[in-house]
Write a protein that binds this ligand. Structure first.
Ligand SMILES: [Zn+2]
Length: 62
């Protein structure tokens, strides 16, 4: 895929594991959700962590 290396992350001082497959390495990215999408407020910014193994995406509010 040519993506950068996945990393492990700490959330609240606890290591993050994928809730789907239990993997511990993620790709970090940032996302901006545009107006008018579902329940999100305008200009909602988020950090996304994509599981290297199963591609599940975890969202964190910026
Ligand atoms: Zn996973």
């Amino acid at each position: 895929m040519g993506k950068k290396d996945a990393k492990s992350f700490l959330i609240k001082e606890k290591q993050l594991f994928c809730p789907i497959c239990g993997h511990d390495k993620f790709w970090k990215d940032e996302a901006r959700v545009e107006k008018g999408i579902g329940q999100f407020r305008p200009d909602w910014e988020a950090v996304t962590l994509t599981c290297e193994e199963c591609r599940h995406i975890l969202w964190f509010e910026h």
